[in-house]
Write a protein that binds this ligand. Structure first.
Ligand code: G3P
Length: 214
């Protein structure tokens, strides 16, 4: 499972790029709003930091507007993927963009049916939202597992990005689903490296080293 960062904060991304673990980045209008900067400012900087895909979302809700925005977004860098909402106009846009060789990430996916439709329209990626399903009492990780299994069954090449990841349990459970990517917020990424026994073990090793010095 590849690790993407689910943030639009350039400084946060820089920190983790140095660890060698960040393959791609996903953004959305809410994440960009949190930075106090514009999409036009942050996307080129993010695209220069990572080698893998950087998702930038359209804000139009009609096919024509989405396609127009998408064509502009992909001019920013070769690794831009256009994030399109999972609505009928979005699927039409995905079909057109796919035919033009533009990669898409269909977002706000909450069901198997939506995932299938997005994939059949030609989406490069689909993003089922785990946390938001959990919020309404539906098992989000199970949806990811089901989509991965169904895509495998039918030889569908669309990759699954587990999104709306809220905690370590989500990360560790989606790792077992076979989904290709999890996009992880910075707070959760910071928790992934931590273990009390690592800290205790290191403290002991360093103390013992001091004792053994001649
Ligand atoms: O990747 C989608 C994500 O940004 C949404 O997360 O926590 O707002 O549901 P959340």
């Amino acid at each position: 499972m590849k690790i993407f960062m689910d943030t639009a904060n350039v400084e946060e991304i820089k920190g983790y790029v140095d660890w060698g673990i960040v393959y791609g980045v996903t953004t959305n209008p809410s994440l960009i709003a949190k930075t106090g900067r514009t999409q036009a400012e942050v996307i080129p900087e993010i695209a220069a930091l990572v080698e893998g895909p950087v998702s930038a979302e359209v804000i139009s809700t009609e096919c024509e507007g989405m396609v127009k925005e998408a064509r502009e977004l992909v001019k920013i860098a070769q690794n831009i993927v256009v994030k399109i909402p999972c609505i009928p106009e979005g699927l039409k846009a995905v079909k057109i963009l796919t035919a033009e060789g533009i990669k898409t990430n269909v977002t706000l996916v909450f069901s198997m049916s939506q995932a299938l439709m997005a994939a059949r329209a030609g989406a490069t990626y689909v993003s089922p939202f785990i946390g938001r399903l959990d919020d309404i009492g539906v098992d989000g990780v199970q949806l990811v597992a089901n989509i991965v299994q169904a895509f495998k069954l039918y030889g569908i090449e669309t990759e699954v990005i587990a999104a709306s990841v809220r905690n370590l349990e989500h990360v560790e459970k989606v790792m077992l689903t076979g989904c290709q990517i999890a996009t992880i917020p910075t707070k959760v990424l910071a928790q992934m490296i931590k273990h009390d026994l690592t800290d205790k073990g290191l403290a002991t090793f360093l103390a013992d080293y001091e004792k053994s010095k001649k």
